[in-house]
Design a protein around this ligand. Structure first.
Ligand SMILES: C[S@@+](CC[C@H](N)C(=O)[O-])C[C@H]1O[C@@H](n2cnc3c(N)ncnc32)[C@H](O)[C@@H]1O
Length: 201
């Protein structure tokens, strides 16, 4: 997982992001792109690169992360995270400076890239985002997934994509299933690979 790679998202999930981006551009689905949980930034860099390739300068890529790894579980708020120990993994804590430098190395660090630094529960409720066309959740835990869905799904345009990276993780899966049930969302949950899922709003 560590090594030199800039993303741990496999090729199938990167292809999926490309297809989602090309679809929203083709269909003129309004809004920016966001990934919540970016690690070294590779997936967001890929999103920004896609905008560059298509010459799009009126959409932003939001890069949301604590830049210090995952939060300790809060079992009162999210009992499903009770035994989650990912917060102990220092390999998941990548500073904002390192992510910015990765963007810069690809020549893709500019004002279309917006960093949202902090815990999702603090940053997402007040994030300066009006509309999203791509909402990509990659925060692994129940809390990180549900905070993304609760705060950002209402901003996702009709025809936009809600992409889940961690459906193979029990907490994330439960958050997605709970949210869809609670909001009566019955759009097909498409399979990307062993853990990637998405649906169209
Ligand atoms: C699995 S990594 C993301 C991988 C990344 N998308 C990629 O392309 O390789 C999970 C990231 O989510 C962040 N994260 C998880 N929960 C968070 C939360 N509640 N608030 C802020 N950041 C969080 C961690 O800091 C970590 O960078």
């Amino acid at each position: 997982m560590a090594g030199l790679c800039h993303t741990m998202t496999g090729l199938k999930r990167l292809d999926n992001i490309q297809q989602c981006i090309e679809t929203v551009l083709r269909n003129n689905v309004e809004g920016d792109f966001i990934e919540t949980g970016v690690w070294r930034g590779g997936t967001c860099i890929f999103m920004r690169a896609a905008l560059a390739v298509y010459g799009i300068d009126d959409r932003k890529v939001y890069v949301a992360d604590s830049f210090e790894g995952l939060p300790e579980p809060d079992p009162e708020k999210c009992p499903d995270d009770q035994n989650d120990a990912l917060y102990k993994l220092s390999v998941l804590a990548i500073s904002k400076e390192e992510v910015a430098s990765n963007f810069k190395n690809y020549g893709l660090l500019d004002d279309q890239v917006v960093f949202l630094k902090g815990w999702f529960k603090d940053t997402l409720p007040t994030a300066p985002i009006e509309k999203l066309a791509i909402l990509r959740l990659d925060g692994d835990m129940y809390e990180s997934t549900i905070d993304g869905l609760n705060n950002l799904y209402p901003k996702l345009s009709k025809g936009g994509f809600c992409i889940i990276d961690d459906y193979a993780l029990q907490g994330c899966q439960k958050a997605v299933d709970d949210f869809r049930k609670q909001h009566g969302i019955d759009a097909e949950l498409h399979v990307v690979d062993w853990t990637g899922r998405y649906w169209v709003k």
